[in-house]
Design a protein around this ligand. Structure first.
Ligand SMILES: [Zn+2]
Length: 415
């Protein structure tokens, strides 16, 4: 029953898998080749030992990523052409009517649960193997299990209802169902923008108001300078899980808040924290967060329109190894196989994200100090063991942030 789509799918899967492995192997070779010398821009600030640790850490993560790529591809093949989806659909059909919403929900949930189960050993190895070896992991196995259970609760409490609504609309809303489904997904996404910072994140981490009076004053002056009103300045106990430091803005409207990781405050001086915040504020003020949401909504709309064209086509199902034609199976196949073709959009996404990073750096330069941002970034690269010498092609494909040397050179040009 395989057809032209089968061959197109196999060709795209082979291409993305080979490109991802090729990029990983380029990255490993490039980082290793530059392991024994700190780039001149950083020679005065980053010791050779830290540079070498960053190289080894990057190589370890990249090698691990290659295993992940291969496993993903094998699982996808087994699910589709290997007949596992068909087998699961037949199994659930013994309990629930084949074309019902409940059959669809059970099938889709079981495929996602299976994928999560398969990636569990990898997640364990990444945290308790690699992160542990390089001194970044602060998580206990107990905390890992608690996080996992909470994740399952959220997936069931939030994911399942949305899935049921989507499947119901697909079946009942007529030929424009994809438009209604899009509206539901957009509404859900906006709803999540509200509840993630206010209800979900506090379930995983403790948020306490920023205490240090000198830092509070500094940050408030910065906010006033930029004309930004927030609903709170919080410190998050990121150190509970990892030694990596970060800062971010979360939420929209009334739930808008600024969050600093405790690990960030420990390492940076107040001027540097201010510079990092000014960068984050730049993302907010220049509407990067809204723009990314709009881009995502547009991509979702195009995807749903495409799904609308494919969902009634028998060849779409048969080409991907499934003989039963039901709306939920069509949706499932599309969600699994779409990213294989969407992979080729990755560099465009990266390009947009880097443009935003440069703009936020420029914002930070004009509202705070470029020199402080440079100092902060160098400390963060060093402490996070982020490589200073990524392979340019690998970086162009994946890195949401510009390579360290390019970013720092731009900031230094601004001082
Ligand atoms: Zn940024």
């Amino acid at each position: 029953m395989f057809n032209a789509l089968t061959w197109a799918f196999l060709a795209a899967l082979a291409a993305t898998t080979l490109i991802r492995l090729w990029l990983a192997q380029r990255q490993i070779r490039h980082v290793r080749a530059h392991r024994d010398a700190v780039p001149p821009t950083f020679a005065a600030t980053i010791p050779l030992a830290a540079h070498q640790k960053a190289a080894d850490y990057t190589v370890a993560k990249t090698k691990f990523g290659m295993v992940d790529v291969l496993l993903d591809s094998v699982v996808l093949l087994v699910l589709t052409l290997g007949g596992l989806i068909q087998w699961l659909a037949d199994g659930w059909a013994l309990l629930l009517p084949l074309d019902s919403i409940w059959h669809g929900t059970a099938l889709i949930a079981s495929v996602f649960a299976l994928q999560a189960l398969i990636s569990l050993p990898l997640a364990l190895f990444r945290i308790f193997g690699i992160e542990e070896r390089y001194g970044f992991n602060k998580m206990t196995l107990r905390l890992f299990m608690i996080d996992m259970l909470k994740g399952i609760v959220l997936a069931v409490a939030l994911g399942v209802p949305v899935l049921v609504v989507v499947l119901w609309l697909m079946a009942a809303a007529g030929s424009l169902w994809w438009l209604y489904v899009w509206a539901v997904l957009v509404a859900f996404s906006l709803f999540m923008q509200l509840v993630v910072p206010t209800f979900i994140m506090p379930w995983f981490n403790k948020f306490s108001p920023l205490q240090d009076p000198a830092l509070v004053e500094r940050v408030e002056r910065l906010l006033a300078r930029c004309g930004f009103r927030s609903r709170g300045l919080y410190v998050m106990d990121g150190s509970k899980r990892s030694a990596h430091g970060n800062a971010f803005f979360a939420g929209v409207g009334a739930s808008k808040r600024i969050v600093l990781f405790d690990t960030l405050i420990q390492r940076l001086n107040p001027a540097e924290v201010e510079a990092v915040l000014a960068h984050e504020l730049g993302h907010y003020k220049l509407h990067h967060i809204k723009k990314m949401l709009v881009v995502n909504f547009a991509l979702t709309l195009v995807s749903l329109f495409l799904l609308g064209l494919l969902i009634d086509q028998r060849w779409f199902y048969e080409g991907l190894g499934v003989g039963s034609v039901t709306l939920p199976i069509g949706l499932l196949l599309f969600m699994l196989v779409g990213p294989v073709f969407g992979f080729f959009l990755h560099p465009l996404q990266t390009l947009l994200s880097r443009k935003h990073e440069f703009e936020a750096d420029a914002f930070a330069t004009s509202h705070s100090g470029a020199a402080d941002l440079v100092h902060a970034l160098v400390k963060l690269y060093r402490d996070n063991a982020a490589t200073l010498t990524p392979d340019p092609v690998h970086s162009a494909f994946y890195d949401s942030h510009p390579p360290a040397a390019i970013r720092i050179a731009r900031l230094k040009g601004a001082t």
